[in-house]
Write a protein that binds this ligand. Sequence first.
Ligand SMILES: Cc1cc2nc3c(=O)[nH]c(=O)nc-3n(C[C@H](O)[C@H](O)[C@H](O)COP(=O)(O)OP(=O)(O)OC[C@H]3O[C@@H](n4cnc5c(N)ncnc54)[C@H](O)[C@@H]3O)c2cc1C
Length: 327
Amino acid sequence: MSHSDAKNIMVYVETVSDTPLNGGLEILTKAHKLAAARGEEVIAVLIGSNLEHAANTAIMAGADKVILVTKDNYEMEVYEAILTRLAEKYKPSLILSAGTLVGKDILPLVAGNLTTGCAVDVMEITDKDGNFVFTCPVYGGTVLNDLVIKGTPAVAAVRSGAFEKELVVERTGEIIKEQVGVENTVRAKIVEVVNEMAETVNLEEAQVIVSGGRGMGNKENFRLVEELALACHGVVGATRPAIEAEWVPRSHQVGQSGKIVAPKLYIACGISGATQHVSGMIGSGYIVAVNKDEDAPIFDIADVGIVGDVVKVVPLLIEEIKKIQSL
Ligand SMILES: Cc1cc2nc3c(=O)[nH]c(=O)nc-3n(C[C@H](O)[C@H](O)[C@H](O)COP(=O)(O)OP(=O)(O)OC[C@H]3O[C@@H](n4cnc5c(N)ncnc54)[C@H](O)[C@@H]3O)c2cc1C
């Protein structure tokens, strides 16, 4: 695509059961600010069914236009082809999506189809002299790298929680229904989707996460993490060793090779604070850590640190929270 043709920002907004995920809405708000400064528009793309309500939410979050494409189930190649066709038609200068598993699945493929580059794990986007600059962590989050994509459009998957969502009820926008024929592109078809109970976990959207690490000791003690999460109306997270010990399914892993999260409250129980874990939760609003080692690196990033044995401290936390809730 030539540079001169391209304008406007296209945002793929992922939905689950007709509801747009916060990651996409946060990006729409950021895209609205970037596009407004350039005198351009934000085009949201929603793929699924019964998405009219979600389209209105996308407009409130910052979309000027919302393109609705009806499809029943998620299929990577179909979604990738739809986004590619829409990019060819609408010629945006930037394509964004939340860096969820789906976003990270399809965006690099879209970038490949359009022979351009894709930034992942983006934490900030700035517009410098007409070029988008993407700030991304590298080396496990120890260094922040600013990068510019030379191809057009620039494509980027953004970290959940990187931007703040603002819903403005008075905003108006246009809803466009597009039919995109992509059936021939499908090489693999999903014939059945089996929903493991654990897969209902949506760590990226959670406001409260209680995570357990190797320091929980065993599967039975790990139930304390689940109990504390339940008491706080939160979601259970875990470090890789806790996953590898099979105390909890893989869908709960937080970190570099797991999920990137940004809850308001993150409680880390028996977690050392290794870079690969911390890079996935450093965007949390308030961090509480329980560890028996007062020199554990997790205390360097914690707002509140409790030095003690998780098996003694976590039951006390559960008891206190239940007491407060019963008042
Ligand atoms: C390429 C790569 C990718 C990775 N991706 C991830 C990832 O996505 N997520 C992830 O988590 N890890 C990841 N890791 C692993 C990471 O490097 C660490 O090994 C891991 O995060 C450590 O987990 P932990 O804190 O549970 O265990 P440990 O580092 O062993 O820490 C356990 C902590 O528990 C404390 N403790 C022990 N007993 C108690 C007790 N009774 N009460 C209180 N505290 C106690 C100890 O003091 C210690 O600080 C990755 C590694 C690599 C190489």
